[in-house]
Design a protein around this ligand. Structure first.
Ligand code: FES
Length: 167
């Protein structure tokens, strides 16, 4: 059955009429029009659909939209804007942290959430203090980002970008 579902995405409330089986990823892309979050596998294996829910990263393809009515949802569109990029977006740009770009929104959102996990409180909001994040080794970054696959294998540049954005 369908149901009006109220979602708080990037600080804006959206009321959408959804089949209750609609995933959060499909709700974002097809009902709200935010197509930055990508559908790679639709099975929780690639990370292209990563978003933050209350500051924590999830694979939005694995979660039902109706479960998130009281949550704060942040997508790549909510991180930065052209001309005023989030520091993580800027770092990916400077380090060529992508090739085809399909996994990039998920990589960036995941990296922001990951730094929030290691420096609790940092990075779940675009204005958070980047200097509060600790230094991570290349191996630590790779391990913590292992849920985000890149078929072009741009991993070295992705890791460099994340390490630069996390002083
Ligand atoms: Fe969600 Fe691949 S599309 S993990």
């Amino acid at each position: 059955g369908a149901r009006v579902t109220r979602l708080n995405v990037n600080g804006e409330i959206h009321e959408v009429d959804l089949d209750i089986r609609t995933t959060l990823l499909d709700a974002l892309r097809e009902h709200i029009g935010l197509t930055g979050s990508k559908k790679g596998c639709d099975h929780g294996q690639c990370g292209a659909c990563t978003i933050l829910v209350n500051g924590r990263r999830i694979n939005s393809c694995l979660s039902l939209a109706v479960m998130h009515e009281d949550d704060e949802i942040l997508t790549i569109e909510g991180l930065g804007k052209p001309g005023k990029l989030h520091p993580m977006q800027q770092a990916f740009l400077e380090h060529d942290g992508y090739q085809c770009g399909y996994c990039t929104p998920g990589q960036i959102v995941s990296a922001v959430g990951m730094l929030g996990e290691v420096a609790d409180g940092w990075a779940s909001h675009a204005s958070a203090d980047i200097n509060a994040a600790p230094t991570l080794s290349e191996a630590e970054v790779s391990e913590r980002m292992s849920g985000n696959l890149c078929r072009c294998s741009a991993y070295p540049n992705i890791v460099d970008a994340i390490r630069e954005a996390a002083p």
